[in-house]
Write a protein that binds this ligand. Sequence first.
Ligand code: PMT
Length: 403
Amino acid sequence: MSLSGRHIVLGVTGGIAAYKSADLARRLRKAGAAVHVVMTPAATRFVAPLTFQAVSANPVHTDLLDPSAEAAMGHISLARRADLVLIAPASADFMARLAHGLADDLLATLCLATRAPIALAPAMNQAMWENAATRANVNVLRERGIHLLGPGEGEQACGETGEGRMFEPFDLVAAAGKLLSDGFLSGLRLLVTAGPTQEAIDPVRYLSNRSSGRMGFAVASAAADEGGEVTLVSGPVTLATPAGVKRHDVDSAQEMRAAVMRYVGGADIFISTAAVADYRPAVPWKRKIKKKQVGFQLELTRNPDILSEVVKASPRPFVVGFAAETEDLAAYAKQKLHAKNLDMIAANPVAEAGVGFDSAENRLEVFWRDGHCELPRMDKRLLARQLLQLIATRYAAGKSGTN
Ligand code: PMT
């Protein structure tokens, strides 16, 4: 990944993860970027500015009112020079200040003054990340087009385990590269679902389907390669997380719905590749059902229709559904497009040998309100890229009002 010739302002706020940011500065520089470090006063209590000066090979900026900076307006010259403002770690406090437009230190002021994209790598205790105030701030920041890189899940410095770990420097360099890349999804946030759902019958049995997750993972991977910021909500599958993709695992349709509704506020495009179970056992047995029972009735109840809820979200993303059909592909797909009020639907003929569920290849017939396109049989990874090109074109047409 080359960041050659790019100017990155690396903002460092007060948090224990600041020690990793020295490595991040070093890696950004190694990738060719000119790195200008701006530290908040709290950050300087965790790591000395001299460390960042040594690894970035540039002076470190800490003061808003710095007489030695260009005409005492260092924030303006830094803001103009930046191709990207990357803030890592971004503390809960800093995100709150940014959400409220405060300009009470150099870094916050620079964020108000810059026209460059801003990316945050949050790092905080998991309870702070889950707190309603932080969630509200995150929504405000996402709506303003600020990119959120993470946080990841795992063991935290405070001894707790959960969501709130700063992404590793290696991943942040890759994400910075994507944000600065010219991929056709650059600057867009995509939410993708993949895989089957499992609906519990009892503690050891479930209802599910044959989806392997391959199609959805191919879509997520291709979207990240094209510069998109991708969140993948996946049912139970055995696939590795594609590089640069944020993943959230679920089991049931209800869990998938909750995860999708949690992330959809920040998404420009939603792609529903998952094979969501339409029904679940009305009351799952609490104990394993014993074999000696001769027979029993399994009462099923409808699962929530996730797509139908997403199209009612505000702001509403560009919504792409999938349709797995065994007959009358076009007729059923168009019916779903209109009934679910989708922007686009990609239908696959799952009864055909070698395509659809759990296969390396697929073929798609794609429909939108006033158009149609056939993507012939090919490897799911190539197909995903072609589908995304189509989606990006329709999305752009919608934005410019030409569809
Ligand atoms: O995972 P693979 O093995 O690679 O297989 C890929 C695939 C065949 C699963 C995939 O290409 C595909 O077709 N996914 C959609 C399958 C499906 O559930 O189709 P459907 O016609 O039942 O649903 C239509 C749309 O509504 C889908 O976008 C689905 O995600 C969505 N849906 C369905 C039910 C529900 N309760 N909520 C939903 O949002």
